[in-house]
Design a protein. Sequence first.
Length: 311
Amino acid sequence: MMLAILTALAATLFVLRAPAAWKRPQARPGWLTTGFGLLGFLTFGFVIPEPLLDSFLGGRNVIALVQTAAASAAFWYLRNGMLIHARNGVQARPWQLILVIGAQTAAFIAMPDHGDVNDPVAYIHQSLPTIAGWLFIIFYQSTILALSLDSLRILRNDRRLDALCFRAGHALTALAATSELIGVTIWHFVGHSNPASRVTFSVFQMLFYPGGMLIASAYLLIWGRKIARTAPWQFRQRYLQHLLTRRNIPARTRQRDGDDQLLAAYEMFVVVSNHLNIGDLVLTERQQRHVERIGSAIDAGFSETTTRVAQ
């Protein structure tokens, strides 16, 4: 059930954030996070069974490698998104992600008997007693742990609600990765029959998916906050534009990005004011009051923006 919710959240965010990612480079790490996260969740067999997915890749359990590579990429881009969220201009280099996935791929290739078990989960469990199988999971979960801890470091002083959700999610995924690292190490050196190994895997399940849900919820908060900030200005701009187009007056202004809707509303307000002064635009008393209220709101908006920048 939790995996289904996470898949739905990732798909929703991937679609909703696509326009922003197309227009703004700053939005791309978060969008890529949801894309790789969605790919990772789909490899768990929620929509198509894992063995069937793996058969498309040659039937040698390669879907397990796709799963870990997608998750690693999602957390890597998520950490980059945290840097942007914290207004830090320094971005991690792609070669770091390539190195991580390269190490996972090398360990996976070194694992024996790739086609003997037609079940990726069973194959990974069967391979844990081998050095390559143990290193495969160690490389994967160490990546998740390192990126989660670094994201916590980046956001340590951020008190915004979405940052608090991010921190809670990263804390849970870091604990989950630690539990998995302990579990696979016990399995490798002691054996899967050890109760501690089973407990650590259960802890991983209990922590990792709620952590992912908190991270997705934080992105939804950011998206909702942006809509709440820009939608009123879009409505005001369209109202002013409607006043002009009803009287066949051209209402063209420069195309603005989502974050510049205040400026777009201001530009349309200037156009309306100019036509009122010229006299080719006549408004009712009610429309005039509405335009005046929009002008007051624009003044207040610019004043608030100036204050926020000064702080």
